[in-house]
Design a protein around this ligand. Structure first.
Ligand code: ACO
Ligand code: ZN
Length: 226
């Protein structure tokens, strides 16, 4: 019974009435009671999480006409590390990560992009690494895939077996859905490269993306190619 109801809701959503909330970016169907409930819950929590009230001590590492980038380090005051963690959880749930623990929590650097409306709309989590495996281009598969092919496609990206030197791993990069394609991820990465190591500038080759999503893959290809 439960699953039948769910099917009706899902099918209805796809056919008509689905809208994207212009504040939180959630896609939902206002005609559905269940959807409305879920949206109300998500909406408040999301906006509360990305709200940035301003801190006594802000480590501003870059400023732009439409915002600034703040670096948060593990030993910063609780209000800062807490915000970094909350935003990271949002990114994780959107990426489908099971709130995975960080590899090296004591040396993690979190870059937050705060826009002029005082919202954290971008987040980059960087960790030191020693080596990485380059992601290889995957050949496009035909439309009528067998199950094994399908599984293959959804497996982590195909990587070379040759380790390459890298210094900095980007374990997560996330931009609020309504703020994408405005160069926010690009500016987060540029700022990371300029500020990661004191007095030096990381090359694009010294940065590695861990487990990129399809979005991340498209972005990384573009970023590293330019
Ligand atoms: N499709 C095609 N090209 C893209 C896409 C996309 N979805 N996203 C970025 N690009 C390319 C474009 O060429 C773009 O330039 P253009 O807009 O002038 O064409 C260029 O990359 C630069 O894009 P930005 O505006 O700097 O990227 P944005 O701020 O939109 O953020 C990001 C990109 C972080 C991937 C965002 O889409 C996102 O948060 N997605 C969901 C979370 C995610 O998948 N993150 C990556 C996970 S991998 C990891 O964390 C290691
Ligand atoms: Zn909303």
């Amino acid at each position: 019974k439960q699953s039948d109801d769910q099917l009706v809701i899902d099918a209805g959503q796809r056919q008509f009435g689905a809208t994207t909330c212009s504040s939180c970016g959630m896609l939902y169907s206002p005609d559905s009671v269940e959807d409305n409930f879920q949206h109300t819950q998500f909406h408040q929590r999301f906006l509360e999480t990305i709200k940035f009230v301003g801190w006594k001590k802000e480590r501003v590492v870059a400023e732009f006409w439409d915002g600034k980038i703040i670096l948060v380090l593990p030993d910063d005051p609780k209000y800062a590390t807490r915000k970094a963690e909350d935003v990271r959880h949002i990114a994780d749930s959107e990426l489908g990560f099971q709130q995975v623990a960080l590899c090296s929590p004591n040396s993690v650097k979190t870059y937050l992009f705060v826009n002029s409306d005082r919202m954290v709309v971008g987040c980059l989590v960087a960790e030191p690494i020693k080596q990485a495996f380059r992601v290889l281009d995957q050949p496009e598969k035909s439309k009528d895939m067998r199950k094994e092919d399908f599984m293959d496609r959804h497996r982590p990206w195909c990587c070379s077996t040759l380790p390459e030197r890298a210094l900095c791993g980007v374990s997560r990069i996330w931009v609020f859905s309504l703020m994408r394609r405005r160069g926010i991820a690009t500016r987060l990465l540029d700022t990371l490269r300029n500020s990661y190591m004191y007095g030096s500038h990381l090359t694009k080759e010294e940065i590695a993306f861990s487990d990129p999503t399809p979005d991340g893959q498209l972005f990384a290809t573009k970023y590293c190619g330019t």
